[in-house]
Ligand binder design. Sequence first.
Ligand SMILES: Nc1nc2c(ncn2[C@@H]2O[C@H](COP(=O)(O)OP(=O)(O)OP(=O)(O)O)[C@@H](O)[C@H]2O)c(=O)[nH]1
Ligand SMILES: [Mg+2]
Length: 411
Amino acid sequence: MSLAKHQRPHVGIFGCRNVGKSSLINIISGQDIAIVDSYAGTTTDPVAKTFELTGLGPIVLIDTAGIDDRGDVGVKRVAASYKKISEIDLAVLVLINNTWSDYEEALLVEFEKFNLPFFIIHNKSDIQPISEEFQAFLKSRVRCDILEFSAVTSHRLNNLSLLVDLLKKNMPDSVFNNPTLLGDLVSYGSNVLLITPIDVQAPAGRLILPQVQAIRDCLDNDCITTVIKEREIETYKAMNYPTPDLVVTDSQEFLKVDAAFDKSIPLTSFSILLARFKGPFEKYLEGTRKIESLEDGDSILVLESCSHHVAGDDIGRVKIPRWLRSYTGKELSIEVVAGLNSPPRPLSEYSLVIQCGGCMLTRKQLINRLQPAIDAGVPVSNYGLVIAYCLGIFNRAVSVFGHHDDSVNYL
Ligand SMILES: Nc1nc2c(ncn2[C@@H]2O[C@H](COP(=O)(O)OP(=O)(O)OP(=O)(O)O)[C@@H](O)[C@H]2O)c(=O)[nH]1
Ligand SMILES: [Mg+2]
């Protein structure tokens, strides 16, 4: 079993104040990452730390504030802890003193809502060992692994290897089975051409995540990979390079690249590859067709999941609205929500939800972000697919994955 290269499993540690959550993070990581104190309410905001766990690879451990915190600020801390549940792959619930209260019960309901795997650590067992009655109760109530533990390092119950075994055992398979970005589209020796414009929105000195992932995937699959800017396409062709087996372009250069390469050459975009890698791709394909029937006055919600400085020609705020209005010719109301903030209105009031590629999100975060819209029956789509659709090259861009829809209009 090898870990998906681009997705680090996120593990959240939950429980009431003072049960030893931060102590556990420090023990697992072998570092003093989190502040530990006998004061109840030491941890305030969630704290995330990435480190390498032997046999599992890099994971992100998230320490949270106690779920029984009180007062105005305490309630906000509890909400921040709860918010993490939709973003993680595995939870560890920490208990002490053979106690199961309404707080754990409420947490369990939320775990179940998100289908989140979890196990229990009965901590401070050096002071109060776990009783047989409590174990029996837990087994009947939660049916998960339970570990009697002590965070006191000199105590016999401080068994880190058992704890690590439980982390590995309970990690969901989905974390390991992520599709590759483009590995299934190429084979040994394939010629892959990647077109990556370096414009004002490109981060200084770096490439964006899907570009880096694509290069890594090509190398992993023994491809002959060429990376150029859109301005070098003609030079590339003039140099008699072999015909590419696959062309991947930045969505914003779709039209130019579409025109430059014969229709028989498979072409898609980085953001569509990312949409397939991370998002509910079938739902996106279905939802994108909603563009065809948009009406005057329809509201569209754009979910921009990373927080970046908004430049003049911002893709979510300026370009996508422009492309949508120009393709449909309709008066559309387009609202943008940044980060993981909540939409301003109930989701059922939108005709279409358009999600960004989600470079900064885990697959779990992205799916959970869109699930309420899917549940409300609102069509969902993604930046790359909407751009391809509005530019009239949707079919070419998704044919690469074996999808083709004759009902889709070409410009
Ligand atoms: N005896 C004993 N003390 C422990 C154990 N685990 C943690 N403690 C102590 O319990 C206190 C609270 O530990 P923390 O790790 O800060 O607990 P927490 O759950 O992160 O607390 P908050 O951040 O306040 O919610 C500290 O004084 C720890 O040293 C344990 O297994 N046995
Ligand atoms: Mg703490």
